[in-house]
Design a protein around this ligand. Structure first.
Ligand code: ZN
Length: 108
């Protein structure tokens, strides 16, 4: 099968380029609200973050989202986005799962 064209997007925080479906779109709606646009279809200015909570926490801490969306996020919006991000897995660490038993524990 010929590979289908996969739309790629860049995470605004870690700058990783990934297939669009592996990212979450946050959109500033024409009404000025901020929404998590899971389907990636909403009208408005969008920004993408990995499905990795580290990117969400860092983007909120560094105000990367504010810059990308050209908006000042309110406390309520930040809390909502942070809650969403924290519900996501740590995808960048998935490769560690199988090697866990082999790796010697390093302590101290
Ligand atoms: Zn990222």
């Amino acid at each position: 099968m010929a590979p289908k064209h996969v739309p790629m997007r860049t995470c605004i925080q870690c700058r990783e380029v990934r297939p669009k479906r592996q990212l979450v779109r946050i959109v500033r709606t024409p009404q000025g609200g901020i929404e998590i646009d899971e389907r990636g279809k909403a009208a408005g200015r969008g920004a993408y973050l990995c499905r990795d909570r580290a990117c969400w926490e860092e983007a909120l801490a560094a105000q990367s989202l504010d810059h990308s969306l050209k908006v000042k996020l309110t406390g309520a919006v930040r809390a909502e986005l942070l809650a969403f991000g924290r519900a996501l897995p740590h995808t960048s660490e998935t490769s560690d799962e199988k090697g866990d038993a082999a790796a010697p524990a390093v302590e101290g």
